[in-house]
Design a protein around this ligand. Structure first.
Ligand code: PSV
Ligand code: MN
Length: 398
């Protein structure tokens, strides 16, 4: 690919960062605290502004409701506050998995009143999306069961679909809905939206603006995620991505830390879609909502987020470097070895000099993580936030 075109594409790359990635988090065994961690929505947006400042490719922040409800409960000024930090609001993530009434589920619950409560929460999130200038809702459900016989699968599915369709009918035309799947946790026998097929069926029942969201950590070990990506793109339903990496389960480790080649193969499919000569495929591939969904419980949160962005930038660059014409030819000729070597050639390219050049053109530091570390932001915020809120406290999973 021509260097100018390559740089143009890299400059347009955009990955949303999660507000919850700036707050203290941990495991179900305990929470690890960092004095500099964001406690309020304002502070999360401020920290997100730092990631954007040092990377230039993360201008959007995903919110999670109710974790991110403003201290005064007023959403009116949030768009402007975000703007002041150089970011804008991205997906509004609903949360019907934490509160006590959802012990037996939300949309899958047997009690109509609980299902209605969950629907109302989604409608509130649609309002928040519209007030904050977001592009839509990101949905994930903890619904499921732990034991065989505990629930009636088909009845539960009917209830689930009915609720989703009801929410979709309230969606304003400017918004879309991204439906995330996960095959386990917190439920361990079945989950109501367990895989891309379940999610796709629900999306099809809702309508065109409902699309599947793929979280890399939500698959059984060794699932071929790049194949899922290509399949969803073919049917026009690839909506969003939650990047992270895992070794065992939904570990939420930094993207690329465990299996960078897997992420490259995923990017390869995404880029194949972006460059496709099929307008339908190209249109949606260029409109996928990319996000991180990681738990930075040991690393400094802003550093970890910048590190993730840089990894995705490098991987995207490598995927753009794949010699596609040669790859298609090798595929057509069933030349397995050459096809694989073409991918490896791109993967093994050292794109770091190119990205340094790119960053200079974009007006960001060529060494983003270390530049941020040197800035003293972490130390300054630790002092300021401890004074304001006191030392953060550990304890259970947030
Ligand atoms: C569930 O594991 C998940 O991936 C969903 O996206 C939630 O919204 C998020 O994690 C909560 O951290
Ligand atoms: Mn996720």
């Amino acid at each position: 690919m021509d260097k100018t075109v390559l740089k143009q594409r890299l400059k347009k790359q955009c990955i949303e960062t999660p507000s919850w990635g700036y707050a203290d988090s941990g495991t179900r065994f305990g929470k690890w605290v960092q004095n500099s961690a964001a406690r309020t929505l304002n502070e999360k947006l401020e920290d997100a502004g730092q990631v954007q400042k040092y990377t230039g490719i993360c201008p959007v922040v995903a919110l999670h409701i109710p974790w991110d409800i403003p201290e005064d409960g007023n959403w009116d000024g949030v768009k402007e506050i975000a703007d002041g930090y150089g970011v804008r609001i991205g997906a509004i993530n609903t949360n019907v998995f934490e509160s006590q009434e959802y012990k037996w589920g939300s949309f899958g619950h047997t009690d109509k009143a609980i299902r209605q409560k969950a629907i109302d929460h989604h409608i509130e999130c649609i309002d928040i999306a519209n007030t904050t200038g977001s592009y839509g809702l990101s949905l994930w459900y903890g619904d499921g069961s732990n034991y065989p016989g505990q629930v009636h699968f088909r009845r539960r599915r009917e209830r689930f679909q009915e609720c989703l369709v009801e929410v979709y009918s309230k969606l304003t035309d400017n918004l879309r809905m991204l439906l995330e799947y996960k095959f386990f946790e917190p439920a361990f026998y079945h989950t109501d939206v367990s895989d891309w097929g379940q999610s796709l069926l629900f999306c099809q029942a809702m309508g065109e603006r409902a699309q599947v969201l793929v979280d890399t950590g939500h698959h059984p070990t060794n699932t071929n995620i790049e194949h899922i990506v290509a399949t969803l793109m073919s049917v026009g339903r690839l909506g969003g991505f939650h990047f992270n990496n895992r070794k065992y389960a939904d570990d939420d480790l930094t993207v690329g830390s465990i299996n960078p080649y897997e992420i490259f193969l995923i990017f390869n499919e995404l880029v194949d879609g972006e460059l496709s000569d099929n307008e339908f495929i190209r249109g949606q591939a260029n409109n996928v909502a990319y996000m991180f969904d990681q738990s930075h419980c040991l690393k400094n949160k802003i550093e970890a987020t910048i590190q993730s962005a840089i990894f995705c930038q490098e991987t995207y660059a490598k995927a753009l470097l794949v010699d596609r014409a040669a790859l298609y030819e090798a595929q057509e000729n069933n030349d397995v070895l050459v096809a694989e070597e073409i991918l490896k050639d791109a993967y093994n390219t050292d794109v770091r000099p190119l990205l340094k050049e790119l960053r200079e053109e974009m007006g960001v530091d060529p060494d983003p993580v270390m530049a941020f570390r040197r800035s003293g932001y972490t130390e300054a915020k630790a002092e300021e936030r401890v004074k304001l809120h006191g030392v953060a406290t550990g304890g259970g999973y947030q």
